[in-house]
Design a protein around this ligand. Structure first.
Ligand SMILES: [Zn+2]
Ligand SMILES: [Zn+2]
Length: 370
């Protein structure tokens, strides 16, 4: 039987372990895939630090691109109907909706499924769909999509779960209108994806607030018209003033929080113009409270919109964005660091120190130069 190495989190703040376990043949409707690249996500660092309760031991990794190794009986297409065969690359939604909860069947909003995490955090002895692993087992109902041959793996994995999340968030926002000014707080993968999509939406300017400079430089290459460096512009009042100066004193019609850092929220409210909208994407794993004055929101007609996770259509959408725009934007160059499976610990530490723009793990290293 085929076996697969996988990276296992055995407990909060514990050193990551590499386990080798069997991968059975795919059951009818399932697929076994060989992982080409796994994205290292900021969320993985939060999981490792124990900031989200988990049923340890669990396999890490929710951003994977892989080649199909073997398809279960009855699988002839991907989840958008495209023909699929062994050797094709796929990108998958790392969770599957239960179709037996209020949000799945009444609201049809799969990102709010009550049972969404069961798949993601399966016991590490079970075949993983989590992709810090050589092979993954995608169970029936876990949506995967074929990656077209003209779309580079790195252009897609560079934005990991960030691009699908941003695509859903922009839907919830109701889109960015032509000629609006947009501020993006943060320049990690979520901020970079938001920057690129804001520019493509026809914003008149995209102002990015973040650090370090190497990430801001990438933000400019992806469409930011102005960047404000947190390391040199340390005062919130100065940053708010800079945004006001760039927007004729009004603030931005759309502010996107992609900082993952609680104080960004109170600052962000000050950056929104009257009648503006504030989209919160990055605070998923940033617990805590901040003081706000509700009257300010009331009197300035400010709308605050939250967004968590993404749905299968946004995974599909992220593939289409990479396919359409990887030549025009240096999407693949967002991947700055590559690690072997056994170096997963090092990869998380590098992400925690913000040394990288995007790190990936390359579980099967034949033919790959790290
Ligand atoms: Zn559900
Ligand atoms: Zn992620």
């Amino acid at each position: 039987m085929r076996t697969s190495k996988r990276v296992v989190l055995v407990g909060a703040n514990q050193p990551l372990e590499v386990w080798e376990r069997p991968i059975p043949e795919p059951e009818p409707g399932a697929a076994v895939v060989r992982v080409a690249m796994s994205g290292v996500c900021g969320t993985d660092v939060h999981l490792w630090r124990g900031e989200v309760p988990l049923p340890y031991p669990v396999t890490l990794g929710h951003e994977g691109i892989a080649t199909v190794e073997e398809l279960g009986k009855g699988v002839t297409t991907d989840y958008a109907g495209a023909p699929i065969k062994p050797g094709d690359r796929v990108y998958w939604q790392p969770v599957r909706q239960c179709h037996r909860c209020y949000y799945c069947t009444v609201e049809k909003d799969f990102s709010l499924c009550d049972n969404i995490f069961e798949e993601l955090f399966r016991n590490a002895n079970d075949p993983p769909s989590s992709c810090y692993a050589e092979f993954c087992s995608l169970p029936p109902g876990m949506a995967f999509y074929r990656v077209p041959d003209d779309t580079p793996t790195e252009a897609l994995i560079a934005f990991g779960c960030a691009m699908p999340t941003v695509l859903q968030a922009l839907e919830r926002l109701g889109g960015i209108q032509l000629n609006q000014s947009v501020v993006v707080q943060g320049c990690g993968p979520v901020g970079l994806a938001a920057t690129m999509m804001a520019g493509l939406s026809g914003a008149r300017q995209v102002i990015v607030i973040g650090a370090p400079e190497r990430r801001l430089k990438m933000a400019r290459r992806l469409g930011a018209s102005t960047t404000i460096d947190l390391e040199t512009c340390k005062s919130e009042a100065d940053r708010v003033q800079q945004v006001r100066d760039l927007t004729d004193g009004r603030g931005a019609e759309v502010v996107i929080e992609a900082a993952g850092h609680l104080p960004a929220f109170t600052e962000g409210i000050k950056l929104v113009a009257k009648n503006g909208r504030y989209l919160i994407i990055g605070l998923w794993s940033a617990p805590g409270t901040v003081p706000i004055e509700p009257r300010y929101l009331n009197n300035n007609n400010i709308r605050i919109i939250g967004n968590a996770l993404a749905q299968p259509q946004h995974i599909y959408g992220a593939i289409q964005v990479a396919r359409a725009h990887h030549r025009e934007f240096p999407m693949a160059e967002v991947v700055t660091h590559r690690f072997a499976l056994a170096e997963a610990q090092k990869a998380l530490e590098a992400v925690a120190r913000l040394e990288t723009v995007k790190s990936v793990i390359v579980p099967n290293q034949d033919g790959v130069h790290l």
